[in-house]
Design a binder for this molecule. Structure first.
Ligand code: GTR
Length: 334
């Protein structure tokens, strides 16, 4: 899929960090390299830094992580490829951009599959959730844990969105994922995939009319400065993912693997606390800033238009089983 041999310059670039292989770390040569599209201080970056602290304590400084935050290593799609090649050891990305590589990951990105944040957390922590992390391994990534990403909602520069009719003709930036494109098309909007670091400019220049994201990203990215109508569509509650390159993993000792896996799992409740606080804080600050929060969204009408999206992406018995078990975990939520 990735034309490594066909592009020697790219290959050289990707191999360079590999020369500083993970094995060298045993001599204290270098920390594990991680990337995140968000800047320092964002909850996902803090979460990976928490893993670094845990590793530092538990291995007496033998294992450390250096996080390259703020898209320094490129947009999410690029960092996923680089990590698969072993040019980065670790990535924190959203599940959406993994959809085209790991088909199982689509189950948690299906619109309106989760009934509540509690439901989504139950699934992240379940065997079904674990099976999606495990499904990454044949594709060059070993999923270590999920982090919260809350609920994604639509925002735009043009008008309050309450019903699918209000979406007609809006140019909405989406992540690099066919599900998001299909979702926006089903709503009559024009889906435009744009890398996250470029969305602010795209909004300013009117290349897109809007985007969709959770409260902390809407705030952190400063999209709220331009797109003032935030409508609580809460259409996707898919998680963030923290994963290690299988190439780096293969070079680690069993002991190092255990330290890394355990520290990742232990960072999840730490992140959850930071996340909940950030969601409340972002919402409060943005309301104080005067954004137009649209709460009376007809989410039933939005959900009722998602049939074609589900039909297109839930096509195998394995996907059907996964979807059924995810839905079953939401029955308690009514
Ligand atoms: C955020 C997510 C990022 C990135 C971004 C996007 O919620 O944390 O990793 O995927 O959305 O929309 O591109």
């Amino acid at each position: 899929m990735f034309a490594r041999e066909a592009n020697p310059s790219r290959r050289k670039f990707l191999l360079a960090p590999l020369l500083l292989s993970a094995c060298d770390r045993r001599d204290g040569a270098r920390p594990l390299f991680a990337s995140d599209t968000h800047p320092e201080g964002y909850p996902t970056v803090q979460a990976v830094q928490a893993i670094d602290r845990l590793l530092d304590e538990r291995t007496n400084g033998e294992m450390r992580i250096r996080v390259y935050a703020g898209s320094q290593m490129g947009a999410e799609r690029d960092t996923i490829e680089i990590t698969i090649f072993g040019g980065l050891d670790l990535i924190r990305v959203n599940l959406g951009p993994l959809n085209s590589i790991i088909p199982e990951s689509m189950a948690m990105v299906l619109p309106f599959i989760f009934r509540s944040i509690e439901h989504s957390r139950r699934v992240f922590d379940s065997d079904a959730g674990r099976s999606i992390l495990d499904a990454m391994t044949p594709h060059g990534l070993k999923g270590l844990c999920y982090y919260d990403s809350g609920a994604r909602s639509v925002y735009n520069t043009q008008r309050p969105v309450r019903t699918p009719d209000d979406m007609q003709g809006l140019k909405i930036r989406v992540q690099n994922s066919d599900i998001y494109v299909a979702m926006m098309q089903a709503l009559g909007a024009n889906a435009t995939p744009v890398p996250y670091p470029e969305v602010y400019q795209a909004l300013v220049q009117g290349v897109v009319d809007g985007a969709e994201n959770n409260w902390p990203s809407y705030e952190q990215s400063r999209h709220y400065e331009v797109a003032r109508h935030y409508s609580l569509t809460r259409h996707v509650m898919g998680p963030e993912v923290f994963a290690v390159s299988t190439r780096s993993w293969e070079k680690m000792t069993n002991e190092e693997r255990d330290y890394l896996s355990e520290a990742a799992v232990d960072s999840v409740p730490i992140m959850r606390e930071i996340w909940d606080e950030r969601v409340d804080g972002a919402r409060e600050r943005l309301l104080a800033d005067g954004i137009n929060l649209v709460e009376d969204v007809d989410t039933e009408a939005f959900a009722s238009m998602m049939g074609p999206v589900w039909e297109r992406f839930v096509t195998t018995p394995a996907m059907e089983d996964l979807v059924t078990s995810i839905q079953a975990m939401g029955e308690a939520d009514g």
